[in-house]
Design a protein around this ligand. Sequence first.
Ligand code: NAD
Length: 292
Amino acid sequence: MSVNQSIIFKNVTVAGSGVLGYQIAFQTAFHGFNVIVYDINDEVLEKAKQKFDTLSAAFTTDLKATPEQLADTEKRLHYSSDLADAVKDADLLIEAVPENPAIKNDFYTKLAAVAPEKTIFATNTSTLLPSQFAAVTGRPEKFVALHFANEIWKHNTAEIMRHEGTKQEVFDALIAFAKQIGMVALPLQKEQPGYIVNSLLVPLLSAAMELWAKGVADIETIDKTWKVATGAPVGPFAILDVVGITTAYNINKIAADATQDPIKLQIVEKLKTDYIDKNKLGVATGEGFYKY
Ligand code: NAD
């Protein structure tokens, strides 16, 4: 298989129309690409279509998008629940199916059987590594990770992470594409679990929760220390409220179960009884560590 020196993308297929997939599709169409949104059936795709208005409102408020731009975005968005049809002209396929290795494996196996040779595959996985799926894609040299953050139009990071077998031209093409769709392109030259953002963020949030669980200082004092000392606009507990207490709980539960570390077990217990059981799940429910 050969890859052109300068790879130009025109047609992009986004697989998975959930939280991130639909945002990626919208963002890509907004920036002038033809987009096909693919999902398992038409019912799910109908639900995705209904998110168009919500995202239009967000783009209007946050980016001052004009009605013309949004009408053009809508025209460029197409939908299909037939995988072969959805990828038949795709220059790039961005995969945002559930974070489950079995589902992703199955998806890439089916995709490999129907995608044209030219199609580059990019995974938006948060916690898995592209090398895990490289073989099953049938085109490891045209496979790369392209990781977005939730609310991609505002938190516009795109971490582009190659695995050992990714071709340089493919890596470069994804960096260029990320910029074309309005993202800050952040290349990772090596595989790194958690990319850059979570490699930095997870230890910070864990350390903050340990200080809290040990009773060293209260939440406000910990956040204030971080803000005043580093100039950061928010502290770790305010970040946790945005991430969501359930996600924090899930991550800590895995670590607590694996290590049986008493502090981690205490963190998990406090998150459950003081927050999750009281529906204080963070910004999403109006209260977490702080009230909104
Ligand atoms: P989600 O559960 O909201 O959406 C997943 C979508 O995939 C659903 O619409 C589902 O119907 C569809 N799907 C299921 N099986 C499929 C298949 N075989 N083929 C095509 N579509 C299929 O999930 P999400 O939060 O959008 O996450 C998707 C990916 O994005 C995950 O890998 C996740 O790690 C990553 N991600 C999520 C976030 C986030 O904040 N939610 C941030 C960055 C990256």
